[in-house]
Design a protein around this ligand. Structure first.
Ligand code: AMP
Ligand code: MN
Ligand code: MN
Ligand code: MN
Length: 276
């Protein structure tokens, strides 16, 4: 049976394991095809590919691009692109540059409620300092005893309306799709069930995504409920999107789902991996 996991993270972004270890763990878990999809950075791909080759597991290039659509932070996956593409690399570099500035502003906001040293504290968790993420801040808030675990961090901090959240301009939806498609890849909506969009706005978003050249949507995801799988499976067919499957694994003990340990795609959908 095919066990494709097309969404996970390494220390090249906010995962806990180095890229090669992510690939070895996936193979040990029975994954037959892996895409490493670090946030806004593709530096982990060569090491992951080498380890996948050694383990006899198929590997495709991946990235999870942070974008903003009508004021909401949304994630677009790029799959099976040419990692040497200049426009893609330059685009990702601009997002990373914005992350440092955002991290300083987040830290200043936390300082106002008495949480000191968050920028430096989060940076200690970031193996790739140009890819500082809210996950690194969350680890610092747990380490310093402010919150007890990831879930409670994201209930009380770092999200809209809570301390430590700041507005930020990410790439646009059009940028992200242009970079991925321009590099010969397929753009997919990551974990659509996570966004705070009404059903009507979700449809407007999917229509925009399709008009701009997006071709796929994650249906089975580590952050989806069974109900989400049904909803986004139906929307995939309605919009003519290919369907993807990914754990969104960040590390042992920190993720809901381990690599490859998720339900198969429902019948009647077109798997994105058949288009690679
Ligand atoms: P950023 O890209 O810097 O905005 O950070 C987003 C990252 O924070 C996500 O990719 C997750 O790693 C983490 N994150 C966001 N919300 C949650 C949540 N509710 N539970 C656990 N991790 C989260
Ligand atoms: Mn993350
Ligand atoms: Mn995401
Ligand atoms: Mn992810």
């Amino acid at each position: 049976m095919l066990n494709c996991d097309l969404h996970c993270h390494s220390t090249a972004s906010d995962g806990l394991l180095p890229a090669a270890e992510v690939a070895r763990r996936a193979a040990a878990n029975g994954v037959t095809m892996l895409a490493l999809t670090d946030h806004d950075d593709i530096g982990g791909l060569p090491a992951a590919r080498l380890a996948a080759d050694e383990a006899g597991m198929a590997f495709v290039n991946g990235v999870e691009i942070s974008i903003e659509w009508e004021g909401l932070q949304i994630h677009v996956l790029g799959l099976a692109f040419d990692a040497g593409n200049e426009a893609l690399n330059a685009g990702l570099a601009t997002i990373r540059a914005g992350r440092i500035d955002r991290a300083r502003r987040m830290s200043a906001e936390l300082e106002k409620i008495g949480i000191r040293g968050a920028f430096e504290g989060a940076m200690r968790f970031a193996e790739n300092p140009s890819l500082i993420s809210r996950a690194h801040f969350a680890r610092y808030l747990i380490e310093s005893g402010v919150s007890k675990d990831m879930r409670s961090v994201f209930e009380s901090y770092l999200v809209p309306g809570r301390p430590g959240y700041v507005d930020h301009r990410w790439a646009t939806l059009a940028d992200s799709i242009r970079w991925v498609v321009g590099a010969g890849g397929i753009a997919a909506v990551a974990h659509p069930g996570r966004y705070k969009l009404s059903p009507r706005d979700m449809r407007r978003f999917l229509a925009d995504f399709k008009d701009l050249g997006g071709r796929a949507i994650e249906v089975v995801s580590g952050s989806h409920t069974q109900e989400h799988v049904g909803t986004y499976g139906r929307l995939a067919n309605e919009y003519g999107f290919l369907a993807s499957r990914g754990s969104d694994f960040h590390g042992p003990g920190e993720s809901y789902v381990d690599l490859g340990k998720l339900a198969p795609l429902p019948d009647g959908l077109k798997p994105v991996w058949e288009a690679f």
